[in-house]
Structures are given as C-alpha cells and as structure tokens.
Design a protein around this ligand. Structure first.
Ligand SMILES: [Zn+2]
Length: 270
C-alpha cells in the first residue's frame, strides 16, 4: 500500500489561499468552505502525482479520469471530537493539520492555517479507484466505496504498517481482531490475492518488469507465463488454475495494472 508524505507545499498553500478567500470581513464568518466548493481537479492531480498513480488502497494503477475518486481518510460524516481523535492518534500528519469541519466553519475570527477543516484539508484527501477491478459492470467490491465511512487506521500515513505475504494476502500488523480493517476494504478478496500471488511468482522467477511490460500478444502472454510461472520451483498445485486464468489478453492487462507489487516483492525486508 502506497505511503504518502502529504508534504506538497503548493497544494497546502492552495488550500490556505482558498480558505482565506472565503473569509467574509463584514459578517465575521467563513462562507462556502465545504467540499462541494473546492476545485477537485486540482486535488486529484496532486494526489495522483504523490501516489505515483496508484490507488491508495489496492495499489492498482489509476489515472486522471472519472473512475478515479477522491477519498477522505477521515470521513466527512465524522462530527465529534472523540471520533476525530481516533484518527489523529495514528498520524502526526493528521494531528498537526486537521480539525473538525464544523469547528472551523463556526469561527468568528479569521483563522491561521493549518489546521484545516477536515472536509477540504489536502492532508485528509487521497485518490482511490472506484472499487471495480474489471472493465465490466461488476459490482463495487473493494477500496473507498466498499469502506464507506467505516473506521480504518490511516494506513497511507503510517509507513510500513501494511504487509503482503507470499501467498498474496495482505495484513495490518497491529490489527488485533481478525484483520477487520483490511476486511472493511475487502483487500483480501480472492482475485486480488491471486493477482498479488502471480506478482510474487514473477519476482521470484528473475524476469524483469521491462520484459513483462513489453508483452502485447496472446502468444507472448502464454510464453512468458509458461517460462516464468508454470516452470517455477515455488509454484504450488493451488497456483495452477489461477495461473491459467491469466493467459488471456483481458486478464493480462488487468494483472499489469497491479505492477506496483513487482517492486514490493522484489525488495526484501519490508
Ligand atoms: Zn483500489
């Protein structure tokens, strides 16, 4: 899972400037500082760039298109200090930059920023896929929309908190109850595990990422899978069926969208 520093000074300045513009001197209040009032295109471009164009949760590739969505780490529905604090406790970035939207909005004096109101704080917003893995009309099955407003720790702001195993599963090492936070995002769904397992086998085979990205034809797909996965000492009986399902152009293309995992598995000692 991508780790984000949230230190884009231009993005921070843009939010400060926006908030400053919304201060009404005559009536001593802020107007239109809600999420509907901000320039979401700008947020999306900044998020994509700092996340290296991968989804904040599943790590698939995402682009600047309508299927890429903005995700609030602290959901907009949060409105009490206690529920906010639960997030702040996990991350200095949040602790130092975020206050409740409502607390900021009701200010009767112009405020210095940071802290920013949580609905529009750049530090609280990341880019997510829309939860549909295939191009078809599949139901939403993971990530931002699957989560809805459920509490999960701010993983993207907690470096090395997420691990992937060789079998393709993902876990949060401090999750004391049955991987519940990962389950809220459905990141251990069967297809995602299979995809990550294939990437593990590729990295263990000695093939390079460049070799894989140059593959275009069905013949090449079959050949490279046979050479590097079918004939792989780490391959198990359980892998066989799953491997076969990637020997077509559509699923190969889907697999390549998760090339983030090549670099993950190839670097030891996470
Ligand atoms: Zn995703």
């Amino acid at each position: 899972m991508v780790s984000i520093n949230k230190d884009n000074q231009q993005a921070i300045t843009n939010v400060s400037n926006f908030i400053s513009m919304q201060w009404q001197e005559e009536s001593n209040r802020y107007i239109n500082i809600d999420y509907d009032s901000i320039n979401k295109t700008e947020y999306k471009i900044n998020c994509l760039s700092e996340q290296q164009y991968v989804c904040c949760y599943c790590s698939r590739e995402i682009e600047n298109t309508p299927t890429t969505e903005l995700e609030h780490i602290i959901p907009r529905s949060i409105h009490t200090p206690d529920s906010l604090q639960r997030y702040l406790d996990f991350s200095p970035i949040l602790l130092n930059n975020i206050i409740l939207q409502e607390d900021f909005r009701k200010s009767t004096e112009e405020q210095n920023t940071p802290p920013f109101p949580h609905h529009i704080a750049y530090q609280n917003i990341v880019a997510s896929c829309n939860g549909k893995i295939k191009d078809t009309s599949e139901n939403i099955t993971c990530c931002n929309r699957k989560r809805e407003d459920t509490f999960i720790p701010p993983f993207n702001l907690m470096p090395k908190s997420i691990k992937y195993l060789k079998d393709g599963s993902i876990y949060y090492e401090n999750d004391e109850i049955d991987n519940r936070f990962i389950n809220s995002l459905n990141l251990n769904k069967v297809l995602l595990k299979k995809i990550r397992r294939i990437w593990f086998l590729f990295t263990a085979s000695g093939v390079t990422l460049d070799d894989l990205l140059q593959i275009t034809t069905l013949e090449q797909i079959k050949e490279i899978i046979t050479l590097h996965i079918d004939i792989n000492p780490l391959k198990t009986v359980a892998d066989s069926t799953s491997i076969h399902s990637f020997k077509n152009e559509a699923n190969w293309k889907m697999l390549m969208n998760y090339k983030y995992f090549f670099n993950y598995f190839i670097i030891p000692n996470h």
